[in-house]
Design a binder for this molecule. Structure first.
Ligand code: GDP
Length: 515
């Protein structure tokens, strides 16, 4: 019964169904919406990320240990005005000065610093929002957080927030005590403040490195970079430079004369000119790659951030990048993603409709209440009120359904109707079509409840003397005729929420004055 209906609903909703089909979240929602008044998605929604695109499996430790080391990816965080931007600028300038590039840099979202001891990749969008956005998408690329704390200001709200984010993401911190060029500062105070916030500096017996710097003057930056490389060594960050490329878009933008560009941080594999990438619902045949210093690259190994040209459409930032074999494979993957997204949209549209429906029902009940009050006031004004306040209108209901499960569901739903001026009573229920005897029983039950008042109710303009509710069953001709004679209302539907809507509509007419 129920399963058959589900499958029927599935077919009506245009899904291909096999007998052993497992419903995924969106299908289940669509079906459930057909049979239930309200649906909540308990399991997380399907997103474009979670799909058919290949993903490298985690390696066994001994396999991982064979991979070459890669550069650490560093994010700079800290309180506003503590010197994050200045630090990034100084680091970048020293990097450009060290390379042969002419010194003209452009912001692409990340840059690399090459040192004798190794390379470091800095993400250059300081701020916690970017870090959290990435993390929320399960796209954490940061290996190390450099926490900038101005020596003359100490631990401030955003410092604490940064600590919280780093801890939540399980990313180790290196503290950069900045503005140490300023006179009369107390570094010990800051170290103790940090201790209070769960950041234990090495000197105080903890395992967090702290470096004293001046981002403005450029002092202590060697120390900072060395500390980063030391920590990276401990972390043993490795990546596979072979195999299909996987990465992340850090930024994207349409640039004059260059079209859609996106900075890709390569995580696995080596990106080369001509490779085909998919990010979200856009794809690209890599036309060219450049660093922030404008150096054109033919190859980008793991942990390299490069501005990639050749995107058909602008991909979003924070999108997973995956290499595919052909343009055809790229287009297919995108089409599949678009279908998934359309379905996810349909699911959220249904949620909205559900919410609107509940709101409308509440509004209708409110309106009915107001009408009822007005009517009572009018009656009082005419002197016909007996002075015992608004009466509770009894409503006798008989429920019929095709299977016992659905009958129970309808009875339950009716029991939940709680209205100060209505007393809905299910006087009988059962499986089968709606018959003359059901109508008769409803009429009798109504008369029994209302007693001698039954005629009075009819006289005072009540539209109906009882209600028969049918789930997936209808009255036969004789029953329908009798119902009309007795003023018994029959509502039926094979969708519970529609049925309940009809019931509520009927109940509203009992409250509203006849016109
Ligand atoms: P952000 O908001 O964290 O990015 O901070 P900024 O980098 O914009 O720096 C805020 C202010 O502090 C600016 O006026 C900088 O010139 C100044 N500043 C940054 N680093 C230092 C430093 O090491 N020493 C001194 N004296 N001032 C600094």
């Amino acid at each position: 019964g129920v399963l058959q209906r589900q499958v029927k609903s599935l077919l009506e909703l245009d899904f291909e169904v096999a007998s052993d089909y497992v419903l995924n979240a969106e299908m289940a929602t669509l079906v459930a919406n057909e049979v239930a008044p309200r649906v909540e998605i308990v399991a997380p929604n399907v997103t474009a990320e979670d799909d058919i695109m290949p993903r490298r499996l985690p390696l066994a430790p001994e396999e991982y240990a064979k991979l070459p080391l890669r550069a650490p990816v560093v994010t700079i965080m800290g309180h506003v005005d503590h010197g994050k931007t200045t630090l990034l600028d100084t680091l970048r300038k020293s990097a450009v000065a060290a390379s042969e590039a002419g010194g003209i840099t452009q912001h692409i979202g990340a840059f690399e610093v090459a040192l004798p001891g190794g390379k470091i990749t800095f993400l250059d969008t300081p701020g916690h929002a970017a870090f959290e956005n990435m993390r929320a998408r399960g796209a954490n690329v940061t290996d190390i957080v450099v926490l900038v704390v101005a020596a003359d200001d100490g631990v401030m709200p955003q410092t604490r927030e940064a600590i919280k984010h780093a801890h939540a993401a399980d990313v180790p911190i290196i503290v950069a005590i900045n503005k140490c060029d300023k006179p009369g500062i107390d570094k010990e105070r800051i170290k103790n403040q940090l201790l209070e916030h769960d950041v234990q500096i090495e000197e105080l017996g903890g395992d967090t490195m702290a470096v004293e710097i001046s981002a403005l003057k450029g002092t202590g930056l060697d120390d900072l970079e060395e500390s980063i490389l030391t920590l990276a060594e401990i972390q043993e960050l490795r990546a596979d430079p072979t195999g299909p490329v996987e990465g992340m878009t850090l930024e994207s933008q349409v640039k004059k004369g260059r079209g859609s560009t996106a900075t890709v941080l390569v995580k696995e594999g080596t990106l080369r000119i001509g490779d085909i990438l998919v990010a979200g619902t856009s794809w690209c045949r890599v036309k060219s790659m450049a660093t922030d210093a404008g150096v054109q690259l033919q190859e980008a190994p793991p942990a390299t951030p490069v501005e990639v040209l050749g995107w058909r459409e602008l991909p979003a930032a924070g999108e997973r990048v995956v290499q595919v074999d052909s343009e055809d494979a790229a287009k297919k993957a995108i089409a599949a993603r678009e279908r998934r997204m359309a379905r996810a949209k349909a699911v959220s549209a249904i949620d909205e409709i559900n919410a609107a429906r509940i709101k409308a029902a509440a509004a209708a009940a409110e309106l009915a209440k107001v009408k009822r009050k007005n009517r009572a006031a009018a009656l009082r004004a005419q002197g016909t009120d007996r002075g015992d306040g608004p009466a509770v209108t009894p409503v006798a209901v008989i429920v019929k359904g095709d299977v016992s499960g659905s009958v129970e569901a309808v009875v339950d739903a009716l029991a939940k109707i709680d209205h100060p001026e209505l007393n809905v009573t299910v006087s009988a229920s059962g499986v089968g079509a709606i018959t003359e005897s059901d109508v008769e029983r409803t009429y009798a039950a109504t008369t029994a409840i209302v007693g001698a008042g039954a005629e009075g109710r009819a006289a005072s303009g009540m539209a109906s003397a009882g209600l028969v509710v049918g789930f997936n069953v209808k009255p036969d001709k004789k029953a329908a005729a009798l119902a009309k004679r007795h003023k018994v209302t029959v509502v039926s539907s094979n969708v519970i929420y529609k049925l309940m809507d009809n019931v509520k509509e009927h109940l509203a007419t009992l409250l509203a004055p006849e016109t």
